[in-house]
Design a binder for this molecule. Structure first.
Ligand code: ADP
Ligand code: ADP
Length: 223
């Protein structure tokens, strides 16, 4: 469960990017975060992922109060929330599977268990057989799927992705969305920020929209 109560967010002494945001996302929802560039979509996702603290208000994610969490406790949240940022942050000095193994190094698994899990994660995103490629040898769509494999290898309850289909052709974009839909169908709560309204309409069942500081929730509008 994700719950925002009276959440405000500004950077430094800047204006409020988010002002008095209230919503609740139940386990298993597939939520689309929409709005123009610079509206605060990434900021909203970063608050959920514990990558940024709110300036005011309460952010609760999977039983954790992010606004009360000291920075050193945030790695624990990483296990609950899989994060796919706009820049995939893949490491190009090692193989694809080595990238997927990275988040497992803190999980206390032996090498064989970790490798089995990383292979399974790559299989789930359709990258079987590409384990030993360097990410530079992979297409844009494949690199995005590799970033998803790395985000889900710890089996998080929540998955957040920032513009995961940006710069991809239509087929690759649908392939990415199908990967998210498959995880969502097995119960993973999924939030995706995107500009692509028609693509998102085909997958998400709820929209949170931020536009010039105004926040709208399609679920509330429907009630
Ligand atoms: P979106 O994802 O909708 O494009 P962002 O959340 O990335 O929007 O950004 C919202 C606003 O916050 C923008 O004006 C952006 O310049 C500003 N912003 C984002 N991150 C930071 C930061 N770390 N420091 C200062 N300003 C930031
Ligand atoms: P996608 O539909 O996922 O975007 P592409 O059609 O772009 O995939 O790529 C098809 C195949 O070409 C992929 O299997 C990928 O591994 C390979 N490929 C793409 N770019 C490169 C590259 N720079 N070097 C080697 N192989 C590549």
């Amino acid at each position: 469960m994700i719950e925002f109560q009276h959440v405000f967010k500004s950077y430094g002494r800047g204006r409020n990017i988010l002002a008095d945001i209230n919503f609740r996302v139940e386990p298993g929802e597939f939520v689309f975060v929409s709005g123009p560039s610079g509206a605060g979509k990434s900021t909203l996702l970063k608050l959920i992922g514990g990558l940024e603290p709110p300036s005011r208000g309460s952010v609760q994610v999977h039983g954790h109060r992010i606004d009360k969490m000291p920075p050193r406790a945030r790695p624990y949240l990483r296990r609950a929330v899989g994060v796919i940022l706009q820049d995939t942050h893949l490491l190009y000095d090692r193989s694809a599977i080595a990238n997927v193994l990275l988040p497992l190094s803190v999980a206390g698994l032996d090498t064989r268990q970790a490798t089995t899990r990383a292979r399974a994660a790559m299989e789930k995103v359709g990258l079987s057989g590409k384990e030993d490629l360097n990410p530079v040898e992979m297409s844009g769509g494949e690199q995005q799927r590799l970033a998803i494999a790395r985000a889900i290898v710890n089996r998080p309850a929540i998955l957040i992705a920032d513009e995961p289909t940006a710069n991809l052709d239509k087929d690759s974009a649908h392939r990415i969305m199908e990967v998210f839909r498959d995880f969502n169908r097995v119960g993973v709560t999924t939030l995706i920020a995107s500009h692509d309204l028609p693509l998102m309409a085909a997958y998400a069942n709820r929209t949170l929209r931020i536009d010039a500081g105004k926040f709208t929730d399609s679920q509330k509008a429907a009630l």
